[in-house]
Design a protein around this ligand. Sequence first.
Ligand SMILES: NC(=O)N[C@@H](CC(=O)O)C(=O)O
Ligand SMILES: [Zn+2]
Ligand SMILES: [Zn+2]
Length: 442
Amino acid sequence: MNGHRMSGHNDLLVTGAAVHGGESADVLVRDGRVVAVGPDATGAATETDLERVDADGLVLLPGFVDLHTHLREPGREDAETVRSGSAAAAAGGFTAVLAMANTSPVTDTGEAAEHVLDLGVAAGLADVRPVGAVTKGLEGAELAELGMMHRSRARVRVFSDDGRCVHDARVMRRALEYVRAFDGVVSQHAQDPALAGPGACCHEGEVSGRLGLTGWPAVAESSIIARDAELALHTGSRVHIAHVSTAEGVEAVRWAKRRGARITAEVTPHHLLLTTDLLGSYDPVFKVNPPLRPQEDVDALREALVDGTIDAVATDHAPHARHDKEHAFPDAAFGMLGLETAFSVVHDVMIASGRMDWALLTERMSTAPARIAGLAEHGQHIRPGSPANLVLVDPRAEVTVDPGASLSLSRNTPFAGRTLTGRVRTTILNGRITVADGEVRP
Ligand SMILES: NC(=O)N[C@@H](CC(=O)O)C(=O)O
Ligand SMILES: [Zn+2]
Ligand SMILES: [Zn+2]
């Protein structure tokens, strides 16, 4: 809001954008809202106090919403802060991000959640919403203060022990029962720890045998999804499956939806594009949890994202300091950057290839994640009265990913040097430009 005033403009007029990928129109934004779309927009603008954004050839969409971001603050401000992560989010076209609870200290109390919320407001570059831990200290034993986190100013609705699976069925059942009262949701890192040996660090299959690494079998993912679907049916609560990575996992979600379970699922951009083939290099930049999978899984994930078995794209942006990645593959940290490249990857893999249209991309990157997280100010259809949380993208521009240009404090992108079609140009948060062409607006 301050920035809005400081910029000196009351009105923002976006001209010639293909709204929702359709007809091109002018869009007038004032006081954080869209006030006019179409021929009226120009006439309604205040000529004296107007910023124009020429959007010829660009597509205007509701801002993206990320259900799964690691911002590392508090605790690992060397890898990312709420400020740097919000800048990366804005550069990637995101207007809202859910900040995972595996910080230090863990977000497992009302105060901890409010702290993250306040850091997000102070940064002012994205709507940062804390995810609450399911269990105290992510230890999997005792429920965290779920009700207190929900009743806090942060209004936490999404809970996750991400990084660790809530493997105890009794704990998962209690958590689901608890969040039902306020329509909360548990986001599960579906991976049965009992099914992977200690030191697992890649996909279990031909690749783990060949490289001599310990792997996670697909059944570690699908068996937890099936169990949690049963618990969701039993409790009547909502469960969300984080970063689905296998064809078996997709099949379990499909089965659960058919049975009427209140289940949603997400896939990451990296699991939609990258495969185990990259592991031959033993480069830890490709080490992630869940691991990269073979092409058959990638194909199943793409299909599931189209047919709705998978509801949303979520980045699992997981920044790591250089010294945590510079190890032999088995010892390096798990995780990849994702916020700044998400749109380009999804556009390249799903739209440029003809698998998806703009309406479906909007649903998967904006509308569905906003709905799952209960964020009413995001993912709204662009029309007079809707919140001005928006993104302008250029479907024709190519991006060659340069880790050095990232606004994240970390550099661990698996897409370095890749050329992708589709680029984020301008992100608008609450009526104010946050990032234009990769530069943060002061
Ligand atoms: N995705 C990862 O490989 N790592 C995440 C944790 C997680 O999402 O499980 C992290 O916090 O670094
Ligand atoms: Zn996870
Ligand atoms: Zn994660």
